[in-house]
Design a protein around this ligand. Structure first.
Ligand SMILES: NC(=O)c1ccc[n+]([C@@H]2O[C@H](COP(=O)([O-])OP(=O)(O)OC[C@H]3O[C@@H](n4cnc5c(N)ncnc54)[C@H](OP(=O)(O)O)[C@@H]3O)[C@@H](O)[C@H]2O)c1
Length: 184
C-alpha cells in the first residue's frame, strides 16, 4: 500500500489559512516546505503533492503547479481544462492514490505528500496510508478562517531528521518550530 506524509504549518490555535491564502509570510518556512516535499533518493523518480482545489488556486499563479513535483488537485467541480495539462485532477483522495498505485505510475513515484487543506488533511490523518505529519508550529496567534483538524492520539512526536532545522526558528520576529509526528 502506497503511503503518504502530511505537511502543514499551524499557528497557536491550529489556524492554517485566511481568505484563500496563508495568514503569514515566512520565507524560510516556505523554503522548508519546498525542500522537504522535493527531497528524494532516486533522481529517476518523482514526488507527488496532493491538494484541494482552494489550496491549489491559493498558490500564486506564477508558482503553480509546484515545480519538480507531480501536482494532483482534488475537486468534484473542476474539469481537466481548468488546470494545466501536467496537473492531475482526481475526484477524491482514494482515486488519487489508486491512480498512483496503477501500473502507469507506481514505479515512477517516490514520496507522496498531502499538502492541504482542512478536509484533505482530516481524511489523510485517519487513513492507514498516513505515515508522518511534518508540523511547523508557529508560536503566535493569527486571524484564520481555515483550521487543521485535531491530531489523533495515535500520532507521537519523533526526533526530527537531519534535514530539518532544530530548535526555535525566528523570522520577522515570529517564532516557530519544526516537529515530526509518526502514526503508530
Ligand atoms: N498553513 C498551511 O500549511 C496550509 C496548507 C494548505 C492550505 N492552507 C490554506 O488553507 C486554505 C485552503 O484550504 P481549504 O480547507 O479551505 O480548502 P482545500 O481543501 O484546499 O479545497 C477545498 C476544495 O477542494 C476539494 N476537495 C477537498 N477535499 C476533497 C476530497 N477529499 N475529495 C474531493 N475533493 C476535495 C473540493 O473542491 P470542489 O468544491 O471543487 O469539489 C473542496 O471544495 C487556504 O487559505 C490555504 O492558503 C494552508
Amino acid at each position: 500500500m502506497l503511503k503518504y506524509n502530511l505537511i502543514v504549518a499551524v499557528c497557536e490555535d491550529f489556524g492554517i489559512g485566511l481568505k484563500g491564502d496563508l495568514p503569514w509570510h515566512l520565507k524560510s518556512e516556505l523554503k522548508y516546505f519546498s525542500r522537504t516535499t522535493k527531497l528524494k533518493g532516486n533522481p529517476a523518480k518523482r514526488n507527488v503533492v496532493i491538494m484541494g482545489r482552494k489550496t491549489y488556486f491559493g498558490i500564486p499563479p506564477n508558482k503553480r503547479p509546484l515545480p519538480e513535483r507531480v501536482n494532483i488537485v482534488l475537486s468534484t467541480t473542476l474539469s481537466a481544462e481548468d488546470l494545466p495539462k501536467d496537473v492531475l485532477l482526481c475526484r477524491n483522495l482514494d482515486i488519487a492514490m489508486q491512480t498512483l498505485e496503477s501500473e502507469k505510475w507506481i514505479e515512477t513515484i517516490e514520496n507522496v505528500w498531502i499538502v492541504g487543506g482542512s478536509r484533505v488533511y482530516e481524511e489523510a490523518l485517519a487513513s492507514p496510508r498516513c505515515h508522518r505529519l511534518y508540523l511547523t508550529k508557529i508560536k503566535e496567534h493569527f486571524n484564520c478562517d481555515t483550521f487543521f483538524p485535531s491530531i489523533p492520539e495515535s500520532f507521537c512526536e519523533i526526533p526530527i531528521d537531519d534535514k530539518t532545522p532544530q530548535g526555535i526558528q525566528e523570522e520577522k520576529g515570529i517564532k516557530y518550530e519544526y516537529k515530526i509526528l509518526e502514526k503508530h
